[in-house]
Write a protein that binds this ligand. Structure first.
Ligand code: ATP
Length: 283
C-alpha cells in the first residue's frame, strides 16, 4: 500500500509539502460496518478533511466511499473509533446542532415525492428555526439564493415526484445549500447531471469554498474531474485509505492501475490530466 508520508497530529496535518493544515473533520481508528451484516466494510487509522478546502473521495464502486462519508455525517455509528468535527466528537451533538454544522447530501434521498421544490429547500432551514418560529427574512433569502445557485428558480413550484433525476438532484443540492453550514458532505452530487450542470454544481462548490471558506468533502466518480477540481484527494481501495494528499501527489499511473484497474497516462503540464486508455485484466 502506498501511504502518503503526511504527518498527522491532533486536529492538524502536514501535507506532502510540509504545509500545516487544520482539519475540520477527523476520523480516527475507524472500523465501519452495517447493522445488517457482521462484516467490517471500512478500516481507516486516520482520515482528515482539511478546513477551508475541497477534498474529493475517489475510488472504485464498492470501495467504501459512501460508508466513510456516512460515518463522518453521523448517519452510521462506527463499530470502533471516533469522528470529531472542529475537535468535538460527533455524538456530543444532537441532530439539530449537527445540522447547523454539517450539510449532507446523501444518495438515499428519494422518499419524498409530493413536496414542492421550494418547500423542500425551506426544509433545509429547520436547524436555524425554533419550533414555533415562522419563516424569517434570513430563511427567505437563503432559499432564494439556493434556488439561484442551483439554477432551478423555474422549478420552485414543481413537485419532486414530477422531476427528472437530474432536476431532483439539483433540488436536493439546493436544500443542502440553504442549510448554510460551514461544512458540506456531498455524496456524488454530479450523478444524473448533464455536463453543463456538473460544471455548474462544481463551480458553486468552489465559489462557496473561496468566498465563504466552506469546507467540502465530496464523492466524485470521475477521477480525472476530481484531480482537476479538488485541493485534496482521499483514494479508497477495498475499504482502506490507499492514499491521501494533493492531487499532483496522489494521482499516479500506479494508483490508476492498483485502485481503478485502468492503464492510463498522467500528464502534469500544463495542468494535471488523467488520460485512461484501457481496462486492465481483473486481478
Ligand atoms: N446499507 C448497507 N448494508 C450492508 N452493506 C452495505 C450497505 N451499504 C453499502 N454496503 C456495502 O458496503 C460496501 C461499500 O459500499 P459503499 O456504498 O460504501 O461503496 P462506494 O465506494 O460508495 O461505492 P459506489 O461508488 O458504488 O457508490 C459494499 O460492499 C456494499 O455492498
Amino acid at each position: 500500500m502506498s501511504q502518503n508520508e503526511s504527518q498527522m497530529t491532533q486536529e492538524r496535518i502536514t501535507d506532502g509539502d510540509g504545509v500545516a493544515v487544520e482539519s475540520a473533520l477527523v476520523g480516527e481508528d475507524l472500523a465501519l460496518s452495517y447493522p445488517t451484516t457482521e462484516e467490517t466494510i471500512v478500516e481507516c487509522a486516520r482520515l482528515d478533511i482539511p478546513e477551508n478546502a475541497v477534498t474529493a473521495l475517489v475510488g472504485p464502486n464498492g470501495s467504501g466511499k459512501s460508508t466513510l462519508l456516512k460515518s463522518l455525517s453521523n448517519h452510521l455509528e462506527p463499530e470502533r473509533g471516533t469522528v470529531r468535527i472542529h475537535g468535538e466528537e460527533l455524538d456530543t451533538f444532537n441532530r439539530k446542532e449537527l445540522a447547523r454544522e454539517l450539510g449532507v447530501l446523501s444518495q438515499e434521498n428519494d422518499s419524498l415525492s409530493s413536496i414542492t421544490v421550494e418547500d423542500l429547500i425551506y426544509h433545509g432551514r429547520y436547524p436555524h428555526r425554533g419550533f414555533f418560529d415562522s419563516v424569517s427574512e434570513e430563511d427567505h433569502a437563503a432559499v432564494e439564493r439556493a434556488l439561484e445557485l442551483a439554477g432551478i428558480e423555474e422549478l420552485r413550484d414543481a413537485e419532486l415526484g414530477q422531476l427528472s433525476g437530474g432536476q431532483k438532484q439539483l433540488a436536493w443540492i439546493a436544500m443542502v445549500l440553504a442549510q448554510d453550514t460551514d461544512v458540506l458532505l456531498l455524496d456524488e452530487p454530479t450523478t444524473f447531471l448533464d455536463v453543463h450542470h456538473q460544471f455548474r454544481v462544481l463551480e458553486t462548490i468552489r465559489q462557496l469554498n473561496e468566498e465563504k471558506g466552506v469546507t467540502v468533502a465530496v464523492i466524485l466518480h470521475d477521477i480525472a474531474q476530481a484531480a482537476r477540481f479538488a485541493d485534496y484527494l482521499v483514494a479508497m481501495h477495498d475499504g482502506e485509505l490507499y492514499d491521501w494528499g494533493p492531487p499532483e501527489e496522489v494521482v499516479t499511473e500506479q494508483l490508476l492501475a492498483d485502485v481503478f484497474g485502468v492503464e492510463a497516462t498522467v500528464q502534469h503540464e500544463p495542468e494535471l490530466q488523467v488520460l485512461p486508455r484501457r481496462a486492465l485484466p481483473e486481478r
